[in-house]
Design a protein around this ligand. Structure first.
Ligand code: NAD
Length: 377
C-alpha cells in the first residue's frame, strides 16, 4: 500500500429523523446561550420552528442569506449579530445559508452549528466562498469548521424533487473528484464510493417519490459522506470549471455541477482508471461518463449550459479562466481541451473522450506538477 496522509474531521455530526429536537442540547453543550438563527427568505418557517425550540437560548433570526455569500449581506448580518449579543450562529438551510454562517464566523470568531437542508455539503468543509461585486473568491480557513452539524432527514422532505436531484448530483461531484484527488487516501476513497452508491440508489426514488423517507435518509447519508470528502481532500478540474461558470456567468450552482460532471469524467477517464471503475460500479454502467450523462437525463436534470443561461460567446472566456490558476487535475489540461469540454457541455452533447488529445501546438500544456493543488468547493 502506498504511503498516505488522512485528515480526520473535528465536527460533531448527529444524524437521523427528528434530530432537530436535539438542537437546544447541542447548543447548550457548546455553552451557547444566545444563538442567532440564519436562513434564506424562503425558509423562515423552518427557521422559526428551530428558534422556538431554542426558546430563551435564541437571539433571533437573520433571514437574508443569499446565493454566493455577498459581502454586503455578511456585513449586515455581523452588525445584527453584535446588536443582539449573539454568542453562536445556527444555519438552517443549504449552502447559501451555511456560507453566511461561515462568513460571520470568519469575522467574529462565533461558533457555528447547522441543520443542512440540501445535499451541497458546505457544512463539512473549512471553505468560504464569498462574492464582492461580480467576483467570487474562495478561501480555506480551518478556524471556520463547524462545531456541530445536525442532519435531520425530515427537513429535506420539502426540497422539491428536481432541486433534490441536482443537489444530489452536486454531492456526487464531490465524491467523484475525491476518487481521483491528488491527496486521496484509502478512507476518502471508501467514503466517496459509499457516497456514490447511496446517491445513485436514492436519487431516482426521490425524483418520483420525494416524500420517501428511506430514500431521503440514504441521500442525506451519501451527501454527508461526499461532503466529508470535499472537506478533507482537494478537488480538481470539475470544481474549477463550475467555480468559473458560477462566478463569471452567475449560473445556478447545483445545476451547473449536474451539466459539467459527465464531461470532466470523460476527460479525466484515461488518467484515473480506478476512479472511473468505481463510478461505473455505483451507476451499474459500462462507462462512467456516459453513465453519469444518462443518469442525469433519466432524472430530468439539465444537460446543457445553454439551458442555464450561458451565452455561447462565453465559452472562450470560460476556457481562459479555467486555465488561469488551474487546480491540480489527474490529466493535464490545455486550452483546446477546456474549450472542447465547455463546447460539448454548452450544447448538451454526450460526453466525449477525445478533447485534449488534439491540442494546438501553440497551446501551453499545464502539467499537474506546475499547478497549485486546490481545496475549493
Ligand atoms: P441554496 O442554499 O441557495 O438553496 C437553494 C434553494 O433551496 C434556496 O432558495 C433555499 O431556500 C431552498 N431550500 C433549501 N432547503 C430547502 C428545503 N428543505 N425546503 C425548501 N426549500 C429549500 O443552494 P445549495 O445548492 O444548497 O448551495 C449552493 C451554495 O453553497 C453556493 O453558493 C455554493 O458555492 C455553496 N457551497 C459551498 C461549499 C463550501 O464548501 N464552501 C460547498 C458546497 C456549496
Amino acid at each position: 500500500m502506498k504511503m498516505f496522509v488522512h485528515r480526520g474531521q473535528i465536527t460533531k455530526v448527529v444524524f437521523g429523523s427528528g434530530t432537530r429536537s436535539r438542537i437546544p442540547d447541542e447548543a447548550d453543550a457548546l455553552g451557547c446561550r444566545r444563538v442567532l438563527v440564519l436562513c434564506t427568505p424562503g425558509q423562515v418557517h423552518q427557521a422559526a420552528e428551530i428558534r422556538d425550540r431554542l426558546g430563551a437560548a435564541a437571539a433571533g433570526t437573520f433571514a437574508e442569506a443569499a446565493p454566493h455569500t455577498p459581502v454586503e449581506v455578511t456585513a449586515k448580518a455581523v452588525t445584527h449579530a453584535r446588536t443582539v449579543g449573539a454568542d453562536a450562529v445556527l444555519a438552517v438551510g443549504g449552502g447559501s445559508t451555511i456560507g453566511l454562517g461561515k462568513a460571520i464566523a470568519s469575522r467574529t470568531g462565533l461558533p457555528q452549528l447547522a441543520l443542512p437542508t440540501t445535499y451541497a455539503g458546505s457544512e463539512m468543509t473549512p471553505i468560504l466562498g464569498e462574492t464582492e461585486g461580480h467576483r467570487k473568491t474562495t478561501r480555506r480557513l480551518p478556524e471556520i469548521l463547524l462545531k456541530t452539524v445536525v442532519y435531520d432527514i425530515d427537513l429535506t422532505l420539502t426540497v422539491p424533487a428536481k432541486t433534490s436531484v441536482v443537489s444530489g448530483i452536486n454531492a456526487m461531484a464531490h465524491a467523484v473528484e475525491a476518487l481521483y484527488a491528488h491527496d486521496r487516501d484509502p478512507v476518502a476513497f471508501l467514503l466517496a464510493g459509499e457516497a456514490l452508491d447511496s446517491l445513485t440508489r436514492s436519487l431516482p426514488v426521490i425524483r418520483w417519490s420525494p416524500g420517501d423517507g428511506e430514500a431521503r435518509a440514504d441521500a442525506l447519508y451519501g451527501a454527508w459522506l461526499a461532503a466529508t470528502c470535499l472537506g478533507t481532500v482537494g478537488m480538481a478540474l470539475h470544481h474549477k470549471v463550475c467555480h468559473v461558470l458560477g462566478g463569471t456567468f452567475g449560473l445556478p450552482h447545483a445545476e451547473t455541477h449536474a451539466v459539467v460532471l459527465p464531461h470532466v469524467v470523460a476527460y479525466n477517464a484515461p488518467a484515473a482508471p480506478e476512479a472511473v471503475a468505481r463510478i461505473a460500479q455505483a451507476l451499474s454502467a459500462d462507462d462512467a461518463a456516459s453513465g453519469l450523462f444518462d443518469f442525469a437525463g433519466r432524472l430530468g436534470a439539465p444537460r446543457a449550459l445553454r439551458d442555464l443561461g450561458m451565452p455561447e460567446a462565453g465559452i472562450e472566456q470560460a476556457a481562459e479562466l479555467v486555465m488561469r490558476d488551474c487546480y491540480w487535475n489527474p490529466r493535464p489540461v490545455n486550452p483546446t481541451a477546456a474549450r472542447a469540454l465547455l463546447t460539448r457541455a454548452w450544447a448538451g452533447e454526450p460526453p466525449g473522450t477525445s478533447p485534449g488529445t488534439e491540442h494546438r501546438r501553440t497551446d501551453p500544456i499545464i502539467e499537474p506538477s506546475t499547478i497549485t493543488g486546490a481545496r475549493h468547493a
